[in-house]
Design a protein around this ligand. Sequence first.
Ligand code: SF4
Length: 93
Amino acid sequence: MLAWAEGYAKKNGWVLNPDKKILDTVIRGLVRNRKKFGEQYCPCRLRSGDKEKDTSIICPCIYHKDEIAKDGHCHCQIYYRKDMKRSQEENNR
Ligand code: SF4
């Protein structure tokens, strides 16, 4: 799952969250949902239970591109714009 997320971020010119704790939590959530429900549902959003509706929150969800463009990262904070990663690292110094 981590390798998949890395590849997806790279393909889109983003990076993964440099905070390994957050990254690990989200990756684990995705793996758990895939095992439990058969799809890698977003661990940060509520499933409705309606399979058709919930396709919108299978990672990568339909919202992430807008969120990354607007906020610098997706709702779960797994995917980051490169400029946001830099400013986050500077804040942590
Ligand atoms: S917010 Fe979207 S892109 Fe980010 S982890 Fe959740 S489903 Fe994936």
